[in-house]
Design a protein around this ligand. Structure first.
Ligand code: HAM
Length: 418
């Protein structure tokens, strides 16, 4: 086949799509319970939005964005969104919420695009389910998000680890950056070219140098450079999370790949995923709204990597293939109207119901019913219809009896396997 999909782009069919939906459904249900409201933002934005927020020197902006020039008069540079946070901040400021109603709790979901090297759990189109909280500078909101993420991971029955760190703020970060630059220069020979570049351009990312993880063991740690306010904030976050019985570890070497973070940063890793195991990541970004032209409003948020979370759910064996509780078989085209009515009655009773073609042989249809894993078949023929009944066939017991539609619904409902 010539017109195949692009590298790093996926078709999700059947169980794979189902696992993604399951993650999204559970996240939506939990976010609802935390009173977080939905926001929908565009997939295409000005390229500048991302260079200003995610960071000119971040990998995302420097190497991974899908950008092109629009054919409008101004030849606007536009980009497919590589993440949701900048768009949400832009929408928040553009709607004037930073001034009129700054405390907002928002969630978004949808595809993101990054031109990364594809591998298991890393795709060029992937899905995020994210949350952004505005107007809450207090540590209680950091803790609330960590508690909520813990609840989601437990709800999905995943084996997971939560890591937290504080990377300081505008006040204490400069000293930490400087210490990293000094350290980078002193360890020049042990670092590769990519990391040499980071020394001047983005020293925090020196902690992500991959060539030899041992090298960074001697690097300065952000926690040793925190100012009193940042330390007190981090201590309160830890106390509140501990008091809520949420398990976490402090990872003093964690830095995030995007530039806007201040203070609390966190990541959740799930089992069974290999190298790309981070399923949730986020942190505080107190200066970002102002950088984007808004008021000085605090912000904090995170995004779930839905594709990875779905892989973790599948690896943990937590998805059941979806099968109809019952299939309806009309014996011949003339029975189709009645079959539609009966199918609707089953659906109204809350049962997943599939209507089969009236144009195939009964034997073939029964074979197909077994194949898709349904347990009950309701057969609608001329005689039965005239008598006001249907034939209910139990594929497991191989039995069949004439019953009313209501009796058939009760039997299917009461089946332990439905
Ligand atoms: P991020 O760490 O760049 O943060 O991405 C968040 C999550 O998205 C990652 O932990 C991962 O699960 C998933 N992800 C990222 N890239 C890929 C990819 N190429 N393939 C599959 N999954 C991927 C952000 O995007 C921030 N906007 C999060 C945030 C919200 N911080 C504050 N608010």
């Amino acid at each position: 086949m010539e017109l195949t999909r692009l590298r790093g782009f996926r078709d999700l069919i059947g169980a794979d799509a189902r696992a993604m939906s399951l993650v999204e459904e559970r996240a939506r249900a939990i976010f609802d319970r935390y009173s977080i409201k939905e926001i929908r933002i565009p997939v295409l934005e000005r390229t500048q939005l991302y260079s200003r927020s995610s960071g000119e020197t971040s990998d995302v902006v420097e190497k991974q964005m899908y950008t092109f020039t629009d054919r409008d008069e101004g030849e606007t540079a536009v980009a497919l969104r590589p993440e949701g946070t900048p768009g949400v901040v832009r929408a928040y400021v553009e709607a004037g919420l930073d001034r009129t109603d700054p405390e907002q709790r928002l969630f978004y979901s949808g595809p993101m695009f990054r031109r990364e090297r594809p591998q298991k759990g890393r795709y060029r189109q992937f899905y995020q389910f994210g949350v952004e909280i505005f107007g809450r500078p207090d540590a209680a909101s950091d803790a609330e998000l960590l508690i909520m993420i813990d609840e989601l991971c437990r709800d999905l029955k995943l084996p997971f680890t939560m890591e937290v760190n504080s990377i300081g703020d505008q006040k204490c970060r400069p000293a930490f950056r400087e210490a990293l630059v000094q350290w980078g220069r002193a360890h020049w020979d042990e670092l590769d070219d990519d990391c040499h570049n980071r020394i001047d351009r983005n020293p925090l990312r020196l902690l992500d140098c991959k060539r030899d993880a041992k090298v960074t063991e001697s690097a300065p740690k952000s926690l040793d450079y925190l100012c009193d306010e940042c330390r007190a904030h981090f201590d309160t976050v830890k106390e509140l999370v501990t008091a809520a019985n949420v398990q976490y570890v402090v990872n003093p070497r964690m830095v995030r790949g995007l530039d806007y973070y201040t203070r609390t940063a966190f990541e959740v890793m799930a089992g069974g995923l290999g190298a790309q195991s981070t399923v949730v990541a986020g942190g505080r970004y107190d200066g970002l709204v102002e950088t984007m032209g808004g008021a000085a409003v605090a912000g904090i948020g995170f995004a779930i990597g839905v594709d990875r979370m779905a892989l973790a759910v599948e690896a943990a064996g937590k998805t059941q293939p979806k099968k109809p509780a019952v299939v309806i078989v009309p014996l011949g085209k003339t029975m189709t109207p009645q079959a539609n009515v009966v199918a609707q009655e089953f659906r109204s009773a809350g049962l997943d119901t599939e209507l089969f073609s009236p144009e195939r042989k009964l034997k073939a249809l029964l074979g197909r019913a077994s194949k898709i894993g349904t347990e009950f078949v309701v057969i609608i023929g001329e005689d039965e219809n005239a008598r006001g009944v249907v034939q209910l066939r139990d594929l497991k017991q191989s039995g069949q009896q004439a019953v009313t539609v209501q009796e058939a619904i009760e039997s299917v409902k009461n089946s332990p396997n439905k």
